[in-house]
Design a binder for this molecule. Sequence first.
Ligand code: NAP
Length: 326
Amino acid sequence: MATSADPGANSTPSPAGDGDAPLRFERVAIIGIGLIGSSLARVLRRDNLAGHIAVCARSHATLDVARALGLADSTTTDPRQVVEGADLVMLCTPLGTYAAIAEAMGPGLRAGCIVSDVGSAKRCVIRDVSPYLADGIHLVPGHPIAGTEHSGPEAGFAELFRDRFCVLTPPPGTDAAAVARVAALWRQAGMAVEILDADHHDLVLAITSHLPHLIAYTIVGTATDLEDHLKAEVIKFSAGGFRDFTRIAASDPVMWRDVFLTNRDAVLEALGRFSEDLAALQRAIRWGEGDRLEDLFRRTREIRRGVIAVRQDRPETDKESGPPAG
Ligand code: NAP
């Protein structure tokens, strides 16, 4: 299903997709300068990949921080203004904002511009953004699968993306050079790039990321509703497993609200399968079917070994041990 975009090319500066020229953008517009947008800005600065970084956020307070951190050459709260003259526009806001931002910025986009994003669901990007893009603007949706539970420009760090996967979901017929430039950018950030169909991405991520977050929110929510004396004990003895769920359930509420609303079909499909499996486990426990339980727990160990084999767990290099990835 996946096609790797130039696998193994992530250690050296990548070509821009137009010959041997080093990857460089004249003017990058980053809309949303939180965890992901600011991490990308740090990569652009570190590797001198952009002549100018123009940043847009909702609040002046966020833009002040971005400037103080040296992540922005110019700032504005106006999506139309920020994209003017940009050859790359990167949407790094919650998914629910995309349609309104695309409508606002659409008329300001320069011919040949690449519009990409980092959102955690992908079909909705094509649905919400492409209606506002004129011919000759290249939409290359993307999802760097890397993250932490922290938000805002101060939470970002350039190493966030290193040794993780980035999935691109260009609609059929997308300009190959535009896809190559976005792929080169994420490889420069240290990522392995794969090309997937948007629906396939959404189903896979519903299982690997969205469902686990939903389960964490549910478990921690259950604890929140406990009587006070029981809640205090749960927090005190949280090292028994609950603690890991609290970290995931501390992820940004707006971002995750939008993930579940925009990836609704795939999440409901994953949730349906999960509910059936949970009911089967419940039954096994009720009827004392130890063999069934043990068999499942042995098989799940294999998945853990597979995750380690593809180097997707590396607590030693993360800011927090084992970050959640949107
Ligand atoms: P974040 O830290 O909360 O930052 C969001 C940024 O978007 C802020 O700068 C915010 O500005 C800005 N923003 C919000 N609404 C806006 C609007 N209407 N117009 C302009 N700017 C607006 O978020 P994040 O964690 O970086 O997530 C951003 C995107 O990355 C999401 O689509 C998410 O699905 C995706 N993603 C997240 C992770 C993760 O683990 N966090 C991983 C992979 C992908 P203000 O501060 O002024 O409100």
